[in-house]
Design a protein. Structure first.
Length: 244
């Protein structure tokens, strides 16, 4: 599914998009302030870092074939580096963002509750009522894609997915549509985070370093956002055809 959106985005930014950015002088002060200093690690500790990195990434790439749960691998790697004295406990505390952890846990709980309590069915009925009772499958797909694509400009994409996927599945089933197309569309829409600096960390870094303004982002990324959405909706229907 991702081949067409990726190709279109590459073509747009490679041929057109980069020309539309203003030629501002980049702000490199933050990069200079964070310049790397000479490593104080011993040779064997440096090798330990390389080995842990390769092993963790390698096992995660195995996916279902991995003998160890892939979600646990980064934590295991961090523990190994702690024992090797590459990291200390303060480093670990500083790198763990508890706000994000609690937010994801809360969203997952809400998502589970929506599924188990029937709230998803209730919201699906309300949505279908707003859309006219028996709307086209295309209309419903576009509505859910747009909901994810717009909200992800201002809030966490994981949180947005956690809220909308159960509702989309319930809505699709009530309409007799393939829910997989809706799951794909929402997931892709929640990753269309390119219109505001708050959409993603990479957008914020580029916005600040390039000294861009909001209208610069809309002028360059707006067409890309529209093209991406059209490709996603088209491919979702090709991979998992909908009717209605």
């Amino acid at each position: 599914m991702g081949i067409l959106p990726a190709f279109v985005m590459l073509a747009y930014f490679g041929l057109v998009g980069w020309r539309r950015f203003p030629r501002n002088e980049a702000d490199t002060s933050s990069l200079q302030a964070g310049a790397l200093s000479e490593s104080t690690l011993k040779r064997w500790q440096q090798y330990a870092v390389y080995i842990v990195f390769v092993v963790v990434i390698g096992i995660m790439l195995l996916g279902d074939l991995s003998p160890i749960p892939i979600a646990a691998m980064p934590a295991i790697g961090a523990v190994v580096l702690l024992f090797c004295e590459v990291l200390d406990i303060n480093d670990v505390k500083n790198y763990i963002n508890l706000d994000i952890c609690f937010m994801i846990a809360g969203i997952m709980a809400i998502s589970s509750a929506v599924q188990k309590t029937g709230a998803g069915d209730l919201l699906a009925d309300k949505l279908l009522g707003v859309l006219g009772g028996n709307p086209s499958g295309w209309v419903v797909l576009i509505v859910f894609y747009m909901a994810g694509a717009l909200l992800s400009q201002f809030m966490s994409n994981i949180g947005t997915m956690g809220i909308f996927v159960p509702i989309a599945v319930a809505t699709a089933l009530k309409q007799g549509l393939d829910p997989r197309a809706f799951c794909l569309a929402i997931t892709a829409g929640c990753n269309a985070a390119m219109l505001t600096p708050a959409a993603s960390p990479s957008s914020a870094v580029a916005f600040a370093a390039g000294r861009y303004r909001m209208k610069d982002l809309f002028r360059v990324n707006g067409p890309a956002w529209i093209l991406y959405g059209a490709c996603v909706i088209l491919m979702a229907n090709i991979v998992y055809p909908i009717s209605g």
